[in-house]
Design a binder for this molecule. Structure first.
Ligand code: C2E
Ligand code: CA
Ligand code: CA
Ligand code: CA
Length: 279
């Protein structure tokens, strides 16, 4: 687990005792937090580089904690995985995304696919397919409106179990994206064994793309290899206009990042979708 700079607090900076006490406190509140509606979703658009139209959204979970304020997922997802809470939290997230899509549809908002991050533990949960199909049916949502984002490292151990789940989900019409690409160890060709449609290049390669020749070469090669394999390429963490221009010249398909749109509440997304489909 890498330390994160922008969380409200970091388990890895704090003294060990304080950190352990905080862990226990947060873990004890996980289940009541679901019942009390303390988790919420923010959504970050993915834009096509051709026209800068929104072609998808990524759901990102947050925890509005009564004492600690807004907590970012880097500060509780690893703990949720460790404490056997990721399955119930994951189910809440899947249901909340489908419920939001149904709400937007009822409000007449033009829909785009929403990506859900699925962690390593969830990928090995026997109930994962059932969780997705149940939520889709309950809210009357087509599987094409859901995408799963998974990381390379989550595919390495227990690959058979993950593969069975992913094949079943892909068979049901749900698309898959490989997240944080370039930070793991596998090559793209090995990943052809998994039903992946999209590759998301990790933001660590985008940050210095204008000055770091290695990063620029890695990004260019990833785009070319992915395209040769018939995959769509998304660049994550685009923070400047220069990065956007570079990625467009490199032939990248989609972009996501603070320069385009920060993650925000559903109420702020609806007008963006309305506006672009009217224009
Ligand atoms: P991720 O899937 O790689 O998500 C992208 C993260 O980068 C998000 O942080 C997003 O807010 C942030 N980001 C987006 N654009 C920019 C940018 O231009 N610059 C910078 N510096 N950051 C940007 P967030 O929401 O804190 O999520 C962190 C990680 O937590 C996610 O990384 C994902 O691994 C995990 N996560 C988030 N939501 C969920 C969820 O619902 N389920 C699971 N299992 N994991 C989640
Ligand atoms: Ca993601
Ligand atoms: Ca990512
Ligand atoms: Ca990441």
């Amino acid at each position: 687990v890498k330390a994160r700079g922008r969380g409200f607090f970091s388990f890895y900076d704090a003294s060990l005792n304080a950190s352990n006490a905080l862990h226990s406190e947060l873990a004890a509140r996980f289940r009541p937090a679901i019942q009390d509606g303390e988790f919420c979703l923010h959504f970050q658009p993915k834009l096509t580089l051709d026209t800068l139209q929104i072609v998808g959204l990524e759901a990102l979970v947050r925890w509005q904690h009564p004492d600690h304020g807004l907590i970012f997922p880097g500060d509780f997802i690893p703990l949720a995985e460790e404490q056997d809470f990721i399955a119930p939290l994951g189910r809440w997230i899947i249901d909340a995304v489908c419920r939001q899509l149904a709400q937007w549809r009822a409000d007449g908002v033009p829909l785009v696919p929403v990506a859900i991050n699925v962690s390593a533990r969830q990928l090995r949960d026997e109930r994962l397919l059932e969780d997705f199909l149940g939520a889709l049916a309950l809210h009357g949502i087509a599987p094409e409106l859901i995408e799963i984002e998974l990381t390379e490292s989550s595919l390495i151990e227990d690959a058979e179990l993950a593969q069975r789940n992913l094949d079943a989900l892909a068979g049901a019409g749900i698309r898959m994206a490989l997240d944080d690409f370039g930070t793991g160890f596998s090559g793209l060709s090995r990943l052809k064994q998994f039903p992946i449609h999209t590759v998301k290049i990790d933001r660590s390669f985008i940050r210095d793309i204008r000055n770091d020749t290695n990063d620029a070469v890695i990004v260019a090669s990833t785009i070319s290899l992915a395209h040769n394999l018939g995959l769509t390429v998304v660049a994550e963490g685009v923070e400047t206009r220069d990065q956007l221009v570079h990625l467009k010249a490199a032939g990248c398909d989609q972009v996501q990042g603070f320069y385009l749109q920060r993650p925000c509440a559903a109420a702020q997304i609806a007008p963006l979708l309305h506006k672009q489909f009217l224009s």
